[in-house]
Design a protein around this ligand. Structure first.
Ligand code: SF4
Length: 522
């Protein structure tokens, strides 16, 4: 099989069977337990049996003649081969042809596809004569950027980011010259910032290597941040290597086509999905086929409302066949829902420190103010990104305790001390919100602190103890145009709203005072 060139796929040999003839849901399990009817997935079993070749009489006799131990060994080997778990040749041909045809007529027009189309490139170019190396690399770079952006992010959101990214860094060489700060700014709002850092590190590594863009999965896997999925996507779409890709969309489609009810997060099951995808990938148009499978999952075979009546492979879909026979089985029972990891609860106090050039507070006037930003450590969550000063709290804490912690941090890191180095013009609790990361629920307490420094800012900050803390002060305009994480942006928005509310309350009070004065005079 041409698609079995991925080492991960080869490693899938010797794995156990799928559970595609078992009930996927508790409803179905209950029915079987009653024992008053046959297990209702016999249709699936029948379908499996279509692909099992019966051994010839001679082979059966030979097997009987073997010692028991040897027979058991052979049985294990047969279970390992497990041909009925795979697609039949007939199914493979049908699925390939139907999906590619459907994809050719229905694929969405996405910016990264415009530079990755392969079918319009003349044969001469496909043979490497006409199409320059630069063109292929540009295509690979576009696939790489889009695939990394699309991880955990919706297509509609990615389009804008992708266009801006390609405008700024149209080639790998342009990206390799960017700074991490620029890349983070461009990425701001997409989340999972490690992906952006890996893109930059990967680009630098490839350019420094001087051998051009890696073209096969095994070389691509050596690039920082490129895993099995991205390697398969780049190699198949940009360089036509006949390798599969498996992402969430592909898993859903395959789980339904084969009615697989095993836990899709289980390592063994994941390897099986790679094996099935490798079987299907088209040897002539591997990139288009992989995209067609993903496109089907993204547009028709969706998690909650699959559009089976429009599906080009409905004739090969076991989940659909089973659900038609047994109304208690839903297509959406496939793939099995995996249990979500429990999120950790964390707590943080954030202080927006506004340093005012004025000694008194004039509400609404920020013309003479700058905001203090701190760079996060280069490792860990949101590595290397700018944020307002923050401290982690061990648990939920009351305002006094939070302020004590923040005072210690500001004093230690910047020598900001209300008694000695600055005067406080305003300090208010602004509110709180919960920011969700994949594995953490972070409760963020936000306060605003407006200070006027008693001495010169550079003297004060350069004498600080927190030498490991990288910081900068930016004015309002710069802050608005900076690429900030969605969490930091949220904090800033909360503070701005808080100020506006204060301002409107203050002007309403002032108007009231004026009108009462007037009425007193009259
Ligand atoms: S028939 Fe329905 S469930 Fe099966 S692959 Fe197509 S859309 Fe998905």
């Amino acid at each position: 099989m041409s698609g079995l060139t991925n080492p991960k796929v080869r490693g899938a040999r010797g794995l156990g069977r799928f559970e595609f003839s078992k009930a996927p849901s508790s409803r179905s399990s209950r029915l079987i337990q009653k024992g008053n009817r046959k297990p209702h997935f016999t249709t699936a079993t029948t379908m499996d049996e279509e692909h099992i070749e019966k051994p010839s009489k001679r082979k059966r006799n030979a097997a009987k003649a073997k010692p028991k131990e040897q027979r058991q060994h052979s049985a294990t080997k047969e279970a390992v081969a497990d041909i009925e778990d795979l697609f039949s040749d007939k199914e493979i041909h049908k699925i390939r042809a139907s999906l590619l045809d459907w994809y050719d007529h229905n694929q969405r027009d996405l910016p990264w596809r415009r530079i990755t189309q392969t079918k319009e490139i003349p044969v001469k170019e496909e043979e490497g004569e006409g199409e320059g190396e630069g063109e292929r690399e540009r295509r690979a770079y576009g696939v790489w950027v889009s695939e990394v952006m699309l991880q955990q992010t919706r297509v509609q959101t990615v389009i804008d980011y992708y266009n801006r990214w390609m405008l700024k860094w149209p080639t790998l060489h342009h990206l390799a010259q960017a700074s991490l700060e620029e890349v983070n700014e461009m990425w701001a709002g997409l989340g999972y910032y490690r992906r952006a850092r890996f893109l930059l590190e990967g680009a630098r590594m490839i350019v420094a290597g001087g051998d051009g863009f890696p073209k096969i999965v095994s070389s691509l896997l050596k690039v920082p941040g490129i895993g099995d999925y991205t390697a398969g996507a780049i190699a198949s779409i940009a360089f036509k290597e006949v390798v599969p890709v498996v992402d969430g969309n592909v898993i859903r489609v395959l789980a339904r086509l084969k009615a697989i009810s095993a836990n899709p997060k289980d390592k063994v099951t994941v390897k099986k999905f790679w094996k099935l995808a490798a079987q299907l990938v088209d040897p002539h148009r591997p990139g288009d086929f992989n995209q067609s499978l993903m496109e089907l999952g993204a547009t028709l075979c969706t998690p909650l409302n699959p559009s089976c009546s429009s599906c080009p492979v409905s004739g090969e879909c076991r989940a659909l066949a089973i659900s038609k026979l047994d109304k208690l089985v839903l297509i959406t029972d496939y793939p099995a829902k995996s249990i979500k990891l429990k999120q950790r609860h964390e707590f943080s106090a954030v202080c927006v420190v506004e340093i005012s050039g004025r000694q008194d507070l004039i509400e609404g006037d920020q013309s003479n103010s700058v905001f203090l930003l701190v760079k996060r450590p280069d490792e860990g969550l949101l590595a290397g990104l700018w944020e307002f000063p923050s401290v982690m709290l061990g648990k939920e804490e009351a305002l006094t305790r939070r302020r004590n912690e923040m005072n210690c941090f500001l004093k230690k890191s910047f020598r900001l001390d209300p008694q000695r180095t600055c005067s406080i013009l305003l300090r208010e609790d602004v509110g709180e919100f919960t920011h969700i990361f994949s594995h953490i629920r972070l409760k963020v307490y936000v306060e605003l602190l407006i200070v006027h420094l008693k001495g010169d800012m550079s003297d004060l900050f350069s004498m600080r103890d927190g030498e490991n803390t990288t910081w900068k002060c930016v004015d309002r305009q710069a802050l608005s145009s900076l690429g900030l994480t969605s969490g930091v942006r949220k904090v800033y928005t909360m503070v701005q709203k808080f100020k506006q509310n204060r301002l409107s309350t203050a002007s309403a009070a002032a108007r009231k005072r004026t009108s009462s004065k007037k009425s007193g005079l009259s």
